[in-house]
Design a protein. Structure first.
Length: 351
């Protein structure tokens, strides 16, 4: 039998010149498109990376507050701000301006953790002289182990000084969409989603209020999701951070801290673990307020406001007329330092 000849090496075909040219053109086009997108995002600046006190942000088109509010904290004519969760979102900055002779932004965020609120407050305080701050507290501040972040993704880079590499970090399909909406808003073809001062009414229109439906929602939420059963003497680390933050605010600035008026059904009942923890938390906040020269107001108590179902959409969220009453009550709290004669609030600390 004849010996087998060695196997021939596999021949690799050289790609046709046309394919090489196509690949080169494709890569060049992709690179140019990427640069064009980055350049467009930098020019339209949908998240206000260039915002500063002398350079206010453009139209706010993204309803994700964690993405939108840093530009308000950096820019605009504000010397006062509200920080908190959705229980403070309906406080209208225009009403607060008139009450306290300041320029307020409302930077309260839905489901914001204490850490997220402090991060935003730090950003706001670092960029301007401050005339007033208002913290709307809920029981997440009382927890022995408060969550660092909510379920919503928190863009830490937007809260860093200068938002390093922000132009590149914001490149996404969402940013491109928001940038396009920003362009339309600047041309007068679209309306901003959130006012320049951060205010937006997130509850349904008042004309659609249904007392029976609201009552069902109130009863379904009989326990505040943020309520805690930690022992009264357990640590409250978030309050230590609040204390440190208030210490950095100049003595001449108005410091307001308020426990917001959730429905009585969502409050810790006296004698229960949640009730004892809330009482201990309020006592600690009162100590901090007295030490830092803050006015501390407690709306989180059974009252003519919190026991009336018709004041609420659900167990946590009051209606717009109640928001106006809260602003008036805060003004009275600062000016008189006395509990409400009708029992809607009490003063826990006053300079």
């Amino acid at each position: 039998m004849a010996p087998k000849s060695p196997a021939s090496p596999i021949e690799v075909e050289t790609p046709p010149a046309a394919w090489v040219g196509f690949t080169q053109l494709f890569l060049i086009a992709a690179g140019l498109l990427g640069l064009a997108i980055i350049g467009s995002l930098a020019g339209l600046d949908p998240y206000g990376l260039r915002a500063a006190p002398g350079h206010p942000p453009g139209p706010i088109m993204d309803t994700n507050q964690r993405l939108s509010y840093p530009q308000i904290a950096r820019g605009g004519p504000f010397d006062a701000a509200v920080f908190g969760t959705s229980t403070a979102r309906l406080l209208d900055p225009d009403a607060l301006d008139a009450a306290f002779d300041a320029r307020f932004a409302n930077l309260a965020m839905n489901a914001a953790t204490p850490d997220e609120q402090i991060r935003l407050a730090d950003l706001f305080l670092a960029h301007r002289p401050v005339k007033a701050v208002l913290f709307g507290l809920d029981t997440t501040w009382c927890a022995a182990d408060p969550p660092a972040r909510s379920a919503n993704a928190f863009p830490d880079w937007l809260y860093e000084t200068g938002a390093p590499w922000g132009v590149l970090r914001q490149v996404s399909l969402r940013s491109v969409t928001i940038a396009a909406q920003t362009a339309l808003a600047r041309l007068g073809l679209a309306r901003p989603r959130i006012r320049p001062d951060g205010y937006a009414v997130f509850t349904p229109p008042e004309a659609l209020y249904d007392p029976a439906r609201a009552r069902v929602h109130i009863r379904a939420g009989t326990l505040d999701p943020a309520a805690t059963s930690d022992p009264p003497d357990a640590p409250m680390p978030a309050l230590a951070r609040l204390n440190a933050l208030l210490e950095t605010i100049p003595a001449g600035a108005l410091k307001l801290v308020a426990f917001m008026p959730v429905h009585a059904a969502a409050q810790g009942a006296p004698g229960t673990p949640a009730g004892r923890r809330e009482a201990a938390c309020k006592a600690r906040v009162a100590e901090i307020g007295a030490k830092r020269g803050a006015v501390v107001v407690d709306f989180r108590m059974p009252s003519t406001v919190t026991t009336q179902d018709t004041n609420y959409w659900d167990a946590l969220h009051y209606r717009l007329p109640v928001a106006a009453r809260i602003v008036a009550a805060l003004k009275a709290s600062v000016s008189t330092g006395a509990d409400d004669p009708d029992g809607a609030y009490r003063i826990l600390a006053h300079p």
